[in-house]
Design a protein around this ligand. Structure first.
Ligand code: HEM
Length: 283
C-alpha cells in the first residue's frame, strides 16, 4: 500500500475510533443503561475520554519518534480536536444538569475551584482546536507554536480537576498523571536517549516513581495518610494492580512494542537483502 493510501485509511480509522465513545454513550442513554444517575455517569464518561484523548494527542510525538513511523503525525490534529469536543460535550451535559440556567452555571464555576480550573482547561482546549487549522497556522506564524504550548497547562489543569473531583479514591487520576509524567519526562530527556531502550527503561521507572509521588502527595496532603501505608499497599500482591503497577506495566508494554517494531523492521531488511542477493545475479 502506498504511504498516501495508508495515511488516508489511518485518518479514517482514527475518525471512527474517536466517534465510538460518543456513539456508545448515546446508545447507553437511548437504552436507559446509564444507571441510577445517568447525567452524572455521562459527565464522568465524557470527562474520562477528554483526558484519554488529551494524553493520546501528547503521546503521538514520542510514538512517532520511538516507532520511527511518520504517518502517526497525520492524526495528531484530529485527536486534539476530539479532546476539545469531548470537553465541550462534558460541559454541555453539566449545563443541562443545571437545567440550562447559565447564571447558576457561572456562579458554580466561580465558586467551586475544581469547576473554575475545568472551565479554564475547556477555554484553552477550545482555543487550541479552533486555531489548529492550516489557515490559522499560516496567520499566526511563529505565535502559533507559542499558543499551542497551552496544551501543557491545559493538561495539568485538566488532571488537577480530575484529582479534585475524584475525592476519596484518586486511582484513575494517578494513572493518568503517571502517563502524563512519562510524556513530559520524554520531552525533557536528552534527544539521544529518547529512542534508546535504556532511555525507555529510565522513563518507565521515572513515570512509575512520579505516579507514586502524586499518590503520596495527594493522600498525604488531603487525607493525612502516611506514605508508609501506600508503600505497604503497593507491595501487597493482594492489592495488585494499583495505579503505580498500571503505569509501570503500560510503560514496559511500550518497550515491548518498540522492540517488536524494530525486530520486524530488521527482519524485513534482512529478507529484502537476501531476496536481492538470490534473485539479482552479480556481474
Ligand atoms: C467548564 C468546564 C467543566 C465543568 C463544568 C466540569 C464539570 C465536571 C463535573 C460536575 C464532574 C463530576 C463531579 C462529580 O461527580 O462529583 C466532572 C468530572 C470530570 N471532569 Fe470535568 N468539567 C469541566 C471541564 C473538564 C475538562 C476540560 C476536563 C478534561 C481535561 C474534565 C475532566 C473531567 C474528568 C476526567 C472527570 C472525572 C470522570 C470520572 O471520575 O470518571 N472536565 N467534571
Amino acid at each position: 500500500m502506498s504511504t498516501q493510501r495508508l495515511i488516508f485509511w489511518l485518518r479514517q480509522a482514527t475518525l471512527v475510533l474517536l466517534c465510538l465513545p460518543a456513539l456508545h454513550l448515546a446508545w447507553r442513554w437511548y437504552t436507559d443503561d446509564l444507571g441510577a444517575r445517568p447525567v452524572t455517569e455521562a459527565t464522568h464518561v465524557t470527562g474520562d475520554w477528554t483526558v484519554v484523548f488529551l494524553l493520546c494527542s501528547l503521546a503521538l510525538t514520542p510514538a512517532r519518534a520511538t516507532f520511527d513511523w511518520m504517518p502517526l503525525v497525520q492524526i495528531r490534529r484530529r485527536i486534539g480536536v476530539a479532546a476539545a469536543l469531548y470537553a465541550g460535550l462534558h460541559f454541555l451535559i453539566y449545563v443541562a444538569d443545571q437545567k440550562w440556567d447559565l447564571v447558576v452555571v457561572a456562579l458554580e464555576i466561580a465558586k467551586r475551584f475544581y469547576l473554575t480550573i475545568g472551565f479554564a482547561t475547556l477555554l484553552m482546549l477550545a482555543a487550541l482546536a479552533i486555531t489548529s487549522t492550516n489557515g490559522w497556522q499560516r496567520r499566526l506564524k511563529r505565535n502559533w507554536k507559542r499558543l499551542h504550548w497551552l496544551i501543557y497547562p491545559a493538561a495539568v489543569l485538566g488532571l488537577l480537576h480530575f484529582f479534585i473531583q475524584s475525592k476519596a479514591n484518586v486511582g484513575e487520576p494517578t494513572v493518568a498523571a503517571g502517563f502524563f509524567a512519562w510524556l513530559m519526562i520524554w520531552r525533557l530527556m536528552p534527544a539521544k536517549l529518547r529512542t534508546r531502550f535504556s532511555g525507555l527503561l529510565l522513563l518507565a521507572i521515572g513515570a512509575t516513581l512520579a505516579a507514586f509521588v502524586f499518590e503520596v502527595a495527594w493522600y498525604g496532603l488531603v487525607n493525612g495518610i502516611s506514605p508508609l501505608r501506600l508503600i505497604n499497599a503497593d507491595i501487597d500482591p493482594d492489592l495488585f494492580p494499583r495505579p503505580v503497577h498500571k503505569v509501570l506495566m503500560v510503560s514496559l508494554g511500550a518497550i515491548v512494542l518498540v522492540a517488536a517494531r524494530r525486530g520486524a523492521a530488521l527482519l524485513k531488511r534482512h529478507w529484502t537483502r537476501r531476496y536481492i542477493r538470490t534473485t539479482i545475479p552479480t556481474s
